[in-house]
Design a protein around this ligand. Structure first.
Ligand code: SF4
Ligand code: SF4
Length: 454
C-alpha cells in the first residue's frame, strides 16, 4: 500500500526539451579536464599524481582523506597541474588538471566478470569503494560507507528513479538506455546491504521507463518497480521512504533508522559497471538544457569536463541566460564560473532565460497567507523560520526545526511575496551548524549525508 507525503507542488516540468533525446558520448572531447579532489565539499583527497605524469582512463589519481571516495582519471593524457581550481560547489578545490591525449587509453587494473554468481556482499562493497562511487543524485556521500552504515539494520532498499525536478531527464534516459545496469546494479546493492526487498520507484510521467524496467526485472517478488504519482519533491529521500513504506524519518535522525536506504538509479548503474566491468566512476549522464541554449541535449560526460564545453556542444546560447544552475530549477545551485567542471554529482546544467525564471520584481513583505506552510513536505513553518533567520535568532530557528528543512524550494515557489525563503534557511542552517560545532553538540546535520539521492 502506498502512502502520501504532506505538501508538495506541481511545477511545470519542461522535460520536453530533452526527454526524447538519447544521451550521447561527447561528440568532441574536451582538450583538458579539471577533476576536483572532493565531491561533497569535504576535505580534498591526497593526490597520487604530479605534474608531468601520464595517466590512463580509470587510473586512481587521489586517495580519500576523511569521509571521501577515491578519485580516478576520466581521460588519458598528461597531468598539467595539481592546483586549486573553481568547482561546482562554489569557491575553489584542489584539483588534478589533465591534458587530454584523445586516446582514451584504459587503465588495465579493472577486471571484467561474466557473472555475479557467488560474489559476496563484502566483495561488492569493496569494489564499490575502489571504484570511487558516491551518491549520484546530489549528495556525493560515498556509497560504500552508506552501505556499511545500513548493515544489519535495513530491510528495504529503495532505488530512486523519480527524477521529480523540472527540466532534468538524465536519469530518465539512463533508465531507458541502461535498464539492465539499473536492475542488476540494484540487485548488487541489495546483496551488498543484505536487504530483503528492493523497490525501484519511478514517477508515472515516465511510463516507458516503468514498462522497460519491469520487463527487465522479470517479475521477481523481492524486486519490484513501483510507479508513483508525479509530485515534487517525490524523489526526496524522506518523502520517498514515507510514500513507499509509511515510515517517517524522525527529526534529527538518519533514514537508516527507518530500515530503509535510498540510492539513485545512476548510482545503481555505476555499481553494475564497477562490479561487472571493473570500471571506476569517471563519467555520467548529464542533461544540458534550458531555453537559453540552441540545442538542449543529454550527454555522457567525463568527470572534469568544463561546463562551458557542454554549453558549446549544445550550440551555445541563443540569448544571454538569466542564470545558469547546476541541478534543476527547484534545488539547483547557481554556477558563477562556467569553466567549473562536471562532477560525479552533476546531473544537469540548466541555462534559464529571464522568461523561464519568471517574475523578477523585488520581494514584498510577507502577507502571512500561510501557503508556504501548506506546501512544506517537512511540515515546517517557513514564514516563522525566516522571520527568526532574518533577525539572526538562530536558537529560535533551530527550535522551529530549521535543520529539518530539505531545501526543496516548495515554499519559495509558492510564496506570492517572492521571498527568498530557501536562501534564509541555508543561512540559518549554516549558522546553527557553526554554533553547534563550536559547542561540540550534534545538529541533526548528519542527515545530509544520505540526502540528495532524488
Ligand atoms: S507564502 Fe510567503 S507571503 Fe505567504 S506566509 Fe509564507 S512567507 Fe509569507
Ligand atoms: S525549502 Fe524547507 S521550509 Fe521550504 S518547503 Fe522545502 S523543506 Fe519546507
Amino acid at each position: 500500500m502506498l502512502h502520501r507525503f504532506f505538501g508538495g507542488v506541481h511545477p511545470i516540468e519542461h522535460k520536453d526539451l530533452t526527454e526524447q533525446k538519447a544521451a550521447v558520448p561527447l561528440p568532441e572531447a574536451p582538450a583538458q579536464v579539471v577533476i576536483p579532489l572532493s565531491v561533497n565539499g569535504g576535505e580534498p583527497g591526497l593526490p597520487l599524481v604530479a605534474e608531468g605524469d601520464s595517466v590512463k582512463v580509470g587510473q586512481q589519481i587521489a586517495q580519500p582523506q576523511g569521509l571521501g571516495a577515491p578519485i580516478h582519471a576520466s581521460v588519458s593524457g598528461k597531468v598539467s597541474a595539481v592546483e586549486s581550481r573553481s568547482y561546482g560547489g562554489g569557491g575553489k578545490m584542489l584539483s588534478v588538471v589533465i591534458d587530454n591525449d584523445f586516446q582514451d587509453t584504459p587503465c588495465p587494473d579493472g577486471k571484467r566478470r561474466s557473472s555475479a554468481t557467488g560474489i559476496t556482499g563484502g566483495e561488492i562493497r569493496k569494489l564499490i569503494e575502489d571504484a570511487g562511487i558516491v551518491g549520484m543524485g546530489g549528495a556525493g556521500f560515498p556509497t560504500s560507507a552508506k552501505l556499511e552504515s545500513g548493515l544489519g539494520k535495513v530491510d528495504t532498499l529503495i532505488v530512486n528513479g523519480c527524477e521529480c525536478e523540472p527540466y532534468i531527464t538524465s536519469d530518465y534516459r539512463l533508465m531507458l538506455e541502461r535498464g539492465e545496469a539499473v536492475i542488476e546494479g540494484a540487485r548488487l546493492l541489495a546483496k551488498a546491504l543484505g536487504a530483503q526487498k528492493t523497490v525501484i520507484a519511478v514517477e508515472t510521467n515516465k511510463p516507458d521507463a516503468i514498462e522497460l524496467l519491469r520487463a527487465q526485472a522479470g517479475g521477481e517478488e523481492d524486486l519490484r518497480v513501483q510507479p508513483l504519482r508525479t509530485r515534487y519533491p517525490q524523489g526526496a529521500e524522506k518523502q520517498l521512504i514515507q510514500t513507499l513504506t509509511g515510515r517517517q524519518v524522525p527529526s534529527g535522525k538518519l533514514p537508516v533508522e527507518t530500515g530503509c536506504l535510498v540510492f539513485n538509479v545512476a548510482t545503481a548503474a555505476a555499481v553494475w559497471e564497477a562490479v561487472m566491468e571493473g570500471k571506476a566512476l569517471t563519467r555520467r549522464y548529464v542533461t544540458v538544457t534550458g531555453g537559453a541554449l540552441v540545442r538542449p541535449m543529454n550527454v555522457i560526460a567525463p568527470v572534469g569536463t568544463p561546463v562551458s564545453w557542454l554549453i558549446k556542444l549544445a550550440g551555445g546560447f541563443q540569448m544571454p541566460p538569466d542564470r545558469v544552475l547546476l541541478g534543476g530549477a527547484m534545488m539547483g545551485t547557481p554556477l558563477y564560473d562556467l569553466d567549473a567542471p562536471v562532477m560525479k554529482t552533476t546531473n544537469c546544467v540548466l541555462c534559464l532565460t529571464g522568461d523561464e525564471v519568471g517574475r523578477q520584481d523585488p520581494a514584498q513583505a510577507c502577507i502571512r497567507c500561510g501557503k508556504c506552510a501548506e506546501v512544506c513536505p517537512m511540515k515546517l513553518a517557513p514564514l516563522f523560520i525566516r522571520m527568526n533567520a532574518e533577525k539572526r535568532r538562530w536558537e529560535a530557528a533551530r527550535a522551529l526545526h530549521a535543520m529539518d528543512c530539505i531545501e526543496c524550494g516548495c515554499c519559495g515557489y509558492i510564496c506570492p511575496a517572492r521571498l527568498p525563503l530557501v536562501q534564509s534557511f541555508r543561512m540559518a542552517k549554516a549558522a546553527i551548524r557553526e554554533e553547534k560545532s563550536r559547542s561540540g553538540a550534534g545538529t541533526g546535520e548528519e542527515q545530509k549525508k544520505g540526502e540528495g539521492e532524488g
